[in-house]
Design a protein around this ligand. Structure first.
Ligand SMILES: [Fe+2]
Ligand SMILES: [Fe+2]
Length: 318
Protein backbone atom coordinates (compact mmCIF):
# COMPACT_ATOMS: atom_id res chain seq x y z
CA UNK A 1 0.00 0.00 0.00
CA UNK A 2 1.17 3.51 -0.74
CA UNK A 3 0.65 6.54 1.52
CA UNK A 4 -2.86 8.03 1.29
CA UNK A 5 -3.78 11.36 -0.29
CA UNK A 6 -3.49 14.21 2.25
CA UNK A 7 -6.72 15.91 3.31
CA UNK A 8 -5.30 19.03 4.96
CA UNK A 9 -2.25 20.65 6.55
CA UNK A 10 -1.46 17.91 9.08
CA UNK A 11 -1.80 14.95 6.72
CA UNK A 12 0.17 16.86 4.11
CA UNK A 13 3.01 17.30 6.60
CA UNK A 14 2.70 13.69 7.79
CA UNK A 15 2.80 12.12 4.33
CA UNK A 16 5.85 14.25 3.44
CA UNK A 17 7.54 13.35 6.75
CA UNK A 18 6.88 9.63 6.29
CA UNK A 19 8.30 9.71 2.79
CA UNK A 20 11.35 11.66 3.98
CA UNK A 21 12.38 11.10 7.64
CA UNK A 22 14.98 13.88 7.30
CA UNK A 23 12.30 16.49 6.66
CA UNK A 24 12.58 19.32 9.20
CA UNK A 25 9.80 21.34 10.81
CA UNK A 26 7.18 20.26 13.33
CA UNK A 27 3.62 19.07 12.81
CA UNK A 28 1.02 21.78 12.08
CA UNK A 29 -2.49 21.71 13.57
CA UNK A 30 -5.06 19.64 11.69
CA UNK A 31 -7.41 21.90 9.79
CA UNK A 32 -10.43 19.60 9.74
CA UNK A 33 -11.85 16.41 11.22
CA UNK A 34 -11.15 14.74 7.87
CA UNK A 35 -7.48 15.82 8.12
CA UNK A 36 -7.26 14.54 11.70
CA UNK A 37 -8.90 11.22 10.83
CA UNK A 38 -6.70 10.36 7.86
CA UNK A 39 -3.61 11.39 9.85
CA UNK A 40 -4.43 9.09 12.75
CA UNK A 41 -5.44 6.30 10.37
CA UNK A 42 -2.03 6.64 8.67
CA UNK A 43 -0.11 6.66 11.95
CA UNK A 44 -1.97 3.55 13.18
CA UNK A 45 -1.35 1.79 9.90
CA UNK A 46 2.39 1.92 10.63
CA UNK A 47 1.66 -0.75 13.28
CA UNK A 48 -0.27 -2.95 10.83
CA UNK A 49 1.08 -3.46 7.31
CA UNK A 50 2.83 -0.12 6.80
CA UNK A 51 3.40 1.68 3.49
CA UNK A 52 5.83 0.85 0.74
CA UNK A 53 6.77 4.54 0.43
CA UNK A 54 7.25 5.15 4.18
CA UNK A 55 10.25 4.38 6.37
CA UNK A 56 9.39 1.37 8.59
CA UNK A 57 11.23 2.98 11.52
CA UNK A 58 8.55 5.70 11.59
CA UNK A 59 6.35 3.42 13.73
CA UNK A 60 8.47 4.22 16.80
CA UNK A 61 9.64 7.73 15.86
CA UNK A 62 9.19 9.83 19.05
CA UNK A 63 7.97 12.92 17.21
CA UNK A 64 5.34 10.94 15.27
CA UNK A 65 4.32 9.12 18.46
CA UNK A 66 3.70 12.56 19.99
CA UNK A 67 1.42 13.51 17.09
CA UNK A 68 -0.32 10.15 17.38
CA UNK A 69 -0.84 10.60 21.14
CA UNK A 70 -2.48 14.01 20.64
CA UNK A 71 -4.81 12.66 17.94
CA UNK A 72 -5.66 9.60 20.05
CA UNK A 73 -6.37 11.74 23.11
CA UNK A 74 -8.79 13.87 21.08
CA UNK A 75 -10.46 10.78 19.61
CA UNK A 76 -10.85 9.06 22.97
CA UNK A 77 -12.31 12.24 24.50
CA UNK A 78 -14.81 12.43 21.65
CA UNK A 79 -15.83 8.79 22.08
CA UNK A 80 -16.17 9.08 25.86
CA UNK A 81 -18.17 12.30 25.55
CA UNK A 82 -20.68 10.50 23.31
CA UNK A 83 -20.92 7.69 25.84
CA UNK A 84 -21.57 10.24 28.60
CA UNK A 85 -24.12 12.03 26.43
CA UNK A 86 -25.97 8.77 25.73
CA UNK A 87 -26.27 8.18 29.49
CA UNK A 88 -23.77 5.74 30.97
CA UNK A 89 -25.70 2.84 32.60
CA UNK A 90 -24.72 1.67 36.09
CA UNK A 91 -21.66 -0.61 36.01
CA UNK A 92 -22.88 -4.22 35.95
CA UNK A 93 -21.61 -6.92 38.29
CA UNK A 94 -19.10 -9.07 36.38
CA UNK A 95 -21.61 -11.93 36.06
CA UNK A 96 -24.10 -9.55 34.45
CA UNK A 97 -21.78 -8.21 31.76
CA UNK A 98 -23.08 -10.52 28.97
CA UNK A 99 -26.68 -9.47 29.73
CA UNK A 100 -25.68 -5.80 29.87
CA UNK A 101 -24.11 -6.21 26.42
CA UNK A 102 -27.32 -7.78 25.11
CA UNK A 103 -29.33 -4.87 26.54
CA UNK A 104 -27.04 -2.34 24.92
CA UNK A 105 -27.31 -4.05 21.54
CA UNK A 106 -31.09 -4.41 21.88
CA UNK A 107 -31.43 -0.68 22.64
CA UNK A 108 -29.40 0.31 19.57
CA UNK A 109 -31.67 2.27 17.24
CA UNK A 110 -29.10 3.38 14.67
CA UNK A 111 -30.07 3.12 10.98
CA UNK A 112 -29.25 -0.15 9.22
CA UNK A 113 -27.24 -0.12 5.99
CA UNK A 114 -27.96 -3.84 5.57
CA UNK A 115 -31.71 -3.12 5.60
CA UNK A 116 -31.22 -0.53 2.89
CA UNK A 117 -29.08 -2.93 0.82
CA UNK A 118 -31.63 -5.70 1.20
CA UNK A 119 -34.55 -3.67 -0.09
CA UNK A 120 -33.62 -0.43 -1.85
CA UNK A 121 -29.97 0.04 -2.78
CA UNK A 122 -28.98 0.08 -6.43
CA UNK A 123 -25.83 -1.55 -7.75
CA UNK A 124 -23.70 1.63 -7.59
CA UNK A 125 -24.70 2.25 -3.98
CA UNK A 126 -23.79 -1.29 -2.97
CA UNK A 127 -20.42 -1.01 -4.72
CA UNK A 128 -19.82 2.30 -2.94
CA UNK A 129 -20.64 0.68 0.39
CA UNK A 130 -18.30 -2.24 -0.34
CA UNK A 131 -15.47 0.20 -1.14
CA UNK A 132 -16.05 1.90 2.22
CA UNK A 133 -16.30 -1.41 4.08
CA UNK A 134 -13.09 -2.65 2.46
CA UNK A 135 -11.07 -0.31 4.70
CA UNK A 136 -11.93 -2.62 7.59
CA UNK A 137 -12.73 -5.97 5.97
CA UNK A 138 -9.37 -6.22 4.19
CA UNK A 139 -7.75 -6.21 7.65
CA UNK A 140 -10.61 -7.95 9.38
CA UNK A 141 -9.83 -8.94 12.99
CA UNK A 142 -6.31 -7.53 12.96
CA UNK A 143 -6.97 -4.86 15.64
CA UNK A 144 -8.27 -7.55 18.05
CA UNK A 145 -5.14 -9.65 17.52
CA UNK A 146 -3.06 -7.07 19.42
CA UNK A 147 -5.13 -7.73 22.55
CA UNK A 148 -4.28 -11.44 22.91
CA UNK A 149 -1.22 -11.10 25.20
CA UNK A 150 -3.04 -8.57 27.39
CA UNK A 151 -5.83 -10.87 28.55
CA UNK A 152 -6.19 -13.26 31.48
CA UNK A 153 -6.31 -17.01 30.73
CA UNK A 154 -9.99 -17.72 29.99
CA UNK A 155 -10.58 -14.60 27.90
CA UNK A 156 -7.34 -15.25 26.02
CA UNK A 157 -8.36 -18.81 25.12
CA UNK A 158 -11.80 -17.65 23.94
CA UNK A 159 -10.39 -14.77 21.87
CA UNK A 160 -7.97 -17.20 20.21
CA UNK A 161 -10.86 -19.55 19.37
CA UNK A 162 -12.70 -16.65 17.72
CA UNK A 163 -9.62 -15.34 15.93
CA UNK A 164 -8.72 -18.82 14.66
CA UNK A 165 -12.04 -18.78 12.78
CA UNK A 166 -11.54 -15.22 11.52
CA UNK A 167 -8.12 -16.21 10.23
CA UNK A 168 -9.45 -19.20 8.30
CA UNK A 169 -8.94 -22.13 10.68
CA UNK A 170 -5.44 -22.58 9.30
CA UNK A 171 -6.45 -22.32 5.63
CA UNK A 172 -5.24 -19.08 3.96
CA UNK A 173 -8.12 -19.30 1.48
CA UNK A 174 -10.63 -19.13 4.34
CA UNK A 175 -9.24 -15.99 6.01
CA UNK A 176 -12.22 -13.65 6.29
CA UNK A 177 -10.20 -10.74 4.92
CA UNK A 178 -9.24 -12.92 1.96
CA UNK A 179 -12.85 -14.01 1.38
CA UNK A 180 -13.75 -10.33 1.23
CA UNK A 181 -10.90 -9.62 -1.18
CA UNK A 182 -12.15 -12.38 -3.48
CA UNK A 183 -15.63 -10.87 -3.24
CA UNK A 184 -14.29 -7.46 -4.27
CA UNK A 185 -12.64 -8.92 -7.37
CA UNK A 186 -15.82 -10.79 -8.29
CA UNK A 187 -17.86 -7.56 -8.27
CA UNK A 188 -15.22 -5.73 -10.32
CA UNK A 189 -13.51 -3.78 -7.52
CA UNK A 190 -9.87 -3.60 -6.46
CA UNK A 191 -8.84 -5.98 -3.71
CA UNK A 192 -5.35 -4.96 -2.63
CA UNK A 193 -4.94 -4.03 1.03
CA UNK A 194 -5.99 -0.41 1.62
CA UNK A 195 -7.25 -0.01 -1.96
CA UNK A 196 -10.02 2.49 -1.18
CA UNK A 197 -8.69 4.43 1.80
CA UNK A 198 -8.65 7.63 -0.26
CA UNK A 199 -12.43 7.29 -0.72
CA UNK A 200 -13.13 6.65 2.96
CA UNK A 201 -15.58 9.02 4.63
CA UNK A 202 -14.29 10.58 7.87
CA UNK A 203 -17.03 8.66 9.71
CA UNK A 204 -15.54 5.46 8.31
CA UNK A 205 -11.99 6.46 9.26
CA UNK A 206 -13.22 7.33 12.77
CA UNK A 207 -14.84 3.88 13.01
CA UNK A 208 -11.56 2.22 12.01
CA UNK A 209 -9.48 4.51 14.21
CA UNK A 210 -11.60 3.68 17.25
CA UNK A 211 -11.01 -0.06 16.70
CA UNK A 212 -7.27 0.45 16.26
CA UNK A 213 -7.04 2.75 19.29
CA UNK A 214 -8.67 0.08 21.49
CA UNK A 215 -6.53 -2.68 20.00
CA UNK A 216 -3.21 -0.88 20.33
CA UNK A 217 -3.47 0.21 23.97
CA UNK A 218 -3.32 -2.34 26.79
CA UNK A 219 -5.12 0.19 29.01
CA UNK A 220 -8.11 -0.09 26.63
CA UNK A 221 -8.28 -3.92 26.49
CA UNK A 222 -11.75 -3.96 28.08
CA UNK A 223 -13.06 -1.48 25.52
CA UNK A 224 -11.44 -3.53 22.73
CA UNK A 225 -13.24 -6.68 23.82
CA UNK A 226 -16.56 -4.88 24.35
CA UNK A 227 -16.17 -3.41 20.87
CA UNK A 228 -15.52 -6.88 19.46
CA UNK A 229 -18.56 -8.30 21.26
CA UNK A 230 -20.92 -5.61 19.92
CA UNK A 231 -19.47 -6.10 16.45
CA UNK A 232 -20.10 -9.85 16.51
CA UNK A 233 -23.52 -9.45 18.14
CA UNK A 234 -24.71 -7.16 15.35
CA UNK A 235 -23.28 -9.09 12.42
CA UNK A 236 -25.25 -12.29 11.83
CA UNK A 237 -28.66 -10.83 10.96
CA UNK A 238 -27.32 -7.88 8.91
CA UNK A 239 -25.06 -10.34 7.04
CA UNK A 240 -28.18 -12.30 6.00
CA UNK A 241 -29.74 -9.05 4.75
CA UNK A 242 -26.56 -8.25 2.81
CA UNK A 243 -26.78 -11.67 1.14
CA UNK A 244 -30.40 -10.98 0.16
CA UNK A 245 -29.53 -7.54 -1.23
CA UNK A 246 -26.49 -8.76 -3.15
CA UNK A 247 -28.52 -11.63 -4.61
CA UNK A 248 -31.33 -9.23 -5.56
CA UNK A 249 -28.82 -7.16 -7.57
CA UNK A 250 -27.19 -10.16 -9.24
CA UNK A 251 -24.04 -9.70 -7.12
CA UNK A 252 -24.25 -13.24 -5.81
CA UNK A 253 -21.07 -15.32 -5.88
CA UNK A 254 -17.94 -14.73 -3.75
CA UNK A 255 -19.13 -11.43 -2.19
CA UNK A 256 -22.42 -12.96 -1.20
CA UNK A 257 -20.47 -15.99 0.09
CA UNK A 258 -18.39 -13.71 2.34
CA UNK A 259 -21.53 -12.40 4.04
CA UNK A 260 -23.11 -15.84 4.06
CA UNK A 261 -20.08 -17.16 5.98
CA UNK A 262 -20.83 -14.53 8.66
CA UNK A 263 -24.49 -15.50 9.12
CA UNK A 264 -23.49 -18.69 10.92
CA UNK A 265 -19.98 -17.85 12.10
CA UNK A 266 -21.06 -14.69 13.91
CA UNK A 267 -24.06 -16.35 15.51
CA UNK A 268 -21.40 -18.47 17.28
CA UNK A 269 -18.88 -15.63 17.72
CA UNK A 270 -21.57 -13.55 19.38
CA UNK A 271 -21.74 -15.93 22.34
CA UNK A 272 -18.00 -16.49 22.43
CA UNK A 273 -17.37 -12.76 22.59
CA UNK A 274 -20.10 -11.80 25.07
CA UNK A 275 -19.81 -14.70 27.52
CA UNK A 276 -16.42 -16.34 27.14
CA UNK A 277 -14.36 -13.24 26.39
CA UNK A 278 -16.14 -10.30 28.03
CA UNK A 279 -17.85 -12.28 30.80
CA UNK A 280 -14.67 -13.97 31.99
CA UNK A 281 -12.57 -10.81 31.54
CA UNK A 282 -14.95 -8.91 33.83
CA UNK A 283 -14.90 -11.80 36.29
CA UNK A 284 -11.09 -11.80 36.44
CA UNK A 285 -10.66 -8.03 36.22
CA UNK A 286 -13.83 -6.39 37.61
CA UNK A 287 -12.54 -2.88 36.86
CA UNK A 288 -12.93 -3.73 33.15
CA UNK A 289 -16.73 -4.16 33.31
CA UNK A 290 -17.50 -0.49 32.62
CA UNK A 291 -14.82 -0.34 29.93
CA UNK A 292 -16.34 -3.35 28.15
CA UNK A 293 -19.65 -1.48 27.91
CA UNK A 294 -17.92 1.70 26.75
CA UNK A 295 -16.26 -0.25 23.93
CA UNK A 296 -19.53 -1.91 22.94
CA UNK A 297 -21.34 1.42 22.93
CA UNK A 298 -18.61 2.93 20.77
CA UNK A 299 -18.86 0.14 18.21
CA UNK A 300 -22.61 0.76 17.82
CA UNK A 301 -22.21 4.54 17.90
CA UNK A 302 -19.53 4.83 15.19
CA UNK A 303 -21.45 2.41 12.95
CA UNK A 304 -24.65 4.47 13.42
CA UNK A 305 -22.77 7.65 12.49
CA UNK A 306 -21.27 6.00 9.44
CA UNK A 307 -24.66 4.61 8.36
CA UNK A 308 -26.29 8.02 8.82
CA UNK A 309 -23.59 9.63 6.66
CA UNK A 310 -23.97 7.05 3.86
CA UNK A 311 -27.77 7.12 3.85
CA UNK A 312 -27.74 10.93 4.02
CA UNK A 313 -25.44 11.18 1.01
CA UNK A 314 -27.66 8.81 -1.01
CA UNK A 315 -30.77 10.70 0.01
CA UNK A 316 -29.15 13.94 -1.22
CA UNK A 317 -28.28 12.33 -4.57
CA UNK A 318 -31.96 11.50 -5.03
FE1 LIG B 1 -15.24 -12.31 10.09
FE1 LIG C 1 -16.89 -12.98 13.53
Amino acid sequence: MRLPKPRGALSEWLVARLADPELSGSAPEADSWDDESISLWTLHELSFRGFEDADDRAEWDPELLGVRRDLETALEERLRARWAEAGVPPTPAPADVPTALEDLVAADDGPSLADFVRRHADRDQVLELLRQRSVYHLKESDPSAFVVPRLPVRAKAALMALQFDEYGDGDPNRLHSHLFARGLVAVGLRAEYGAYVDDALPENLEMNNAGSLFGLHRRLRGAAMGHLAAFEMTSSLPSRKMVQGLDRLGLDGPMSAYYDEHVEADAIHEHLAARDICGTLADDEPDQAAEILFGAFTCLDVEARFATAMLGAWEEQR
